[in-house]
Design a protein around this ligand. Structure first.
Ligand code: PLP
Length: 379
């Protein structure tokens, strides 16, 4: 790890922060850029909102398009993946009896969005059971694909899951889905800055990613990719000025989505700086982070005598979820925070308590050891 890299982040130095996965953490230099754009807006609110913002949004789309491997014209910014995916869900024109296939590891808020919408439209939401431990990719694909029926119209799948922190083989699923004419919506909330991403090569229909997690942009920096052939039928949840407004882009898709009424778009404009920070400091250290995570996973298994949820190291990257013993004290998260100032998620998933450890460049082996020692004393 580069010396003193943690000083470059705003994080409270008195906290052992092992929860990058939930909301990320922003470096000071990127946060300064965020405030720079906010001040620029307040300095000349009209000029900024009618001209400057569009040119800067374009610069951010270009930087992001290069980074995630797609045409910048296919990207729109949202504050979060839930909003991004909701725009697709509510654009779908499906019949009663049609089916959406997802895994049972999907993010709870989005499962809820699908279920609410599915009930109203009598579309069946199928949550295919992906059993743990995950073994081989081939086994995953066969097991997941068994959920496809002649009624399956859409596959919604995380590339890295939230609760279980596993990388699912979404490329193979997208290839199979394309052959069958099934739409693919990939939830990559955890992916930008975590895995190398090339959306064009993935060849999905829709992709969402959060840049405030592993790319360390300020909170509220997320995007939606929409393949060109779908841009004519996807509708924004909020219609505003569209082509009658100030957006100089020629595509109706961008014009419809970019201006959604007055809002603070400063976070989106930091992307060129956030990507530069990532390339300069984070990219080269990711393997070290993964090694720390793999070691911590092994040590958690030894400490708790509970089995890992993956059979080989290629399922996980900078996060690991590990099952706690069933008798783990229910107030363990509270105690980790209140008595030891360790910020880490401990939660129930499929009737089993889990702890999820994240590692980014500001973390170190002493923090992992501290966590393990504290857990040893608590359980
Ligand atoms: C896999 C996954 N999808 C989607 C989201 C949605 O994030 P938000 O609640 O910010 O929309 C998250 C958030 O952690 C996530 O982990």
């Amino acid at each position: 790890m580069k010396n003193n890299i943690s000083n470059q982040f705003i994080l409270d130095p008195d906290v052992t922060f092992l929860n990058h996965g939930s909301f990320g953490a922003c470096p000071k230099s990127v946060f300064n850029d965020y405030q720079y754009w906010q001040k620029k807006l307040e300095y000349q609110p009209v000029l900024f909102s009618t001209e400057i913002v569009y040119e800067q949004l374009r610069q951010s789309r270009i930087a992001l398009g290069d980074f995630v491997g797609c045409d910048e014209q296919d990207l729109i910014f949202f504050q979060n993946p839930t909003t991004a995916v909701s725009n697709i869900i509510f654009s779908l024109d499906l019949k009663p009896g049609d089916e959406i296939l997802m895994s049972n590891h999907e993010y709870g808020a989005l499962v809820r969005a699908w279920l609410k919408w599915g009930r109203r439209h009598q579309v069946k939401i199928v949550q295919q059971d992906v059993k743990l431990p995950v073994t081989t990719r081939e086994h995953f694909i066969d097991n997941f694909w068994a959920g496809v029926t002649p009624h399956t119209k859409v596959i919604f799948l995380s590339q890295i899951t939230s609760a279980t922190a596993l990388e699912f083989p979404v490329k193979s699923i997208c290839e199979l889905a394309k052959e069958k004419g099934i739409l693919t919506i990939i939830d990559g909330a955890h992916v930008p800055g975590h895995l190398d991403l090339n959306i064009n090569k993935l060849d999905c229909d829709f992709y969402t990613g959060a840049c405030h997690k592993w790319l360390c942009a300020p909170k509220g920096t997320s995007f939606l990719y929409v393949k060109k052939e779908h841009q004519s039928w996807v509708r924004p949840l909020v219609y505003s000025w569209g082509k009658d407004g100030d957006d100089p882009e020629s595509s109706e898709f961008l014009q419809d989505f970019q201006w959604q009424g007055t809002r603070d778009m400063a976070a989106f404009l930091t992307l060129p700086k956030a990507i530069k920070f990532y390339q300069e400091y984070i990219d080269g250290e990711k393997l070290n982070c993964k090694k720390m995570i793999l070691k911590t996973g092994i040590e958690l298994a030894q400490l708790f005598n509970t089995p890992s949820i993956y059979q080989s190291a290629d399922w996980i990257h900078q996060m690991v979820s590990h099952p706690l013993p069933k008798n783990a004290p229910i107030d363990i998260k509270k105690r980790l925070w209140e008595e030891y100032r360790i910020e880490i998620p401990v939660f129930q998933w499929c009737d089993q308590p889990y702890i999820r450890v994240s590692c980014n460049i500001y973390n170190n082996t002493q923090q992992m050891e501290y966590l393990l020692n504290v857990l040893r004393s608590l359980i």
